[in-house]
Design a protein around this ligand. Sequence first.
Ligand code: NAD
Length: 344
Amino acid sequence: MALRVGVVGYGTIGKRVADAVSRQPDMVLVGVAKTSPDYLALEALEKGYKLFVPRDSLPRFSGAGIKVEGSIEELLQSVDVVIDATPAGIGKRNRRLYEEYGVRAVFQGGEEPDVADVSFCALANYERAMGKRFVRVVSCNTTALARFIAALRLGGIGVERVRAFIVRRGADPHEFRRGPINDIVLNPPAVPSHHAKDVRTVIEDVDIVTIAVAAPVTLAHIHFLHLELSKAVSRADVLRSLKRCPRILLLSSVKGFNSVAQVIEWARDVGRLRNDVPELMVFENCLWVSGNELVAVVGVHQESIVVPENVDAVRAMMGVASKWSSIRRTDESLGLVVEGKVYG
Ligand code: NAD
């Protein structure tokens, strides 16, 4: 029987996750929950998604002439799993409601790790989420770092130490109130940034230090990585591991890829929904290996990198699929690059 899934919070992440769930043959999107009667609510209805809202928001929606299926509580009565994609901190509050209604829940990286039984990145620790009631998909930057480390380890390349310099996008494209507009802001003004601690919630045994700034761009983050490997390897070994690993996109400057804007443009040209690039973008020409040292530059499409992870988290919690079978199903259904990838 198909898994019944609800999505609470229909913003940047929630609307993408709802679309992804509705593409899974083994899942049914029961509905999405929203708090404001805006253009996104209308968009959800146009897609045929049932809309659920907090009880006290019902009059605002009916006043705006927007058809509502019921309250969030009613949504919870009809699902096996809820994916909570509300703004940071709200998920923790919602957890009480999910407990009350006996539903499993997937939270996002804006929540503190203690919101869930396990912090999750499919390539790195799918099995740890098997059968769990509450799972937290880590943030976009943490997913990127965990995925890169996992890709190398899956290829037999040990990673001892990571030093990551992160240039964060200042805002998502729709966030007209955020910045910076003309600055590069220490974000946070501390070393290590919270990302390092967060990576260790997924991969405990890695020595990692992260530093981050926010820049006036909305397209993507970019990471400059310096890794110490457990033994000397060749650049070809690293390239082989990255090429075969799902959810990693190797970008060659021979093909003209020298910036994240070009990759987003490519996604637009090949007809990807919303120009999304859920794969980690690895710029091949900036991959440098010497002995046991590795330097890489990776791009992170913050709006979509966690989307496949949410789908896999549902299967893992429900115990309905093994790691590689879920990852393959998710990737194929979302139109990610699967050619040349090895699943398992
Ligand atoms: P968002 O602000 O774009 O969307 C959140 C949505 O939840 C909004 O539509 C809001 O109206 C709705 N909402 C607020 N309170 C609600 C409630 N009580 N019930 C139902 N809906 C409610 O936020 P986002 O960027 O999608 O972020 C969601 C989560 O995903 C956060 O934890 C964030 O840290 C994480 N995340 C965001 C990004 C990103 O780049 N945007 C990347 C990875 C992870």
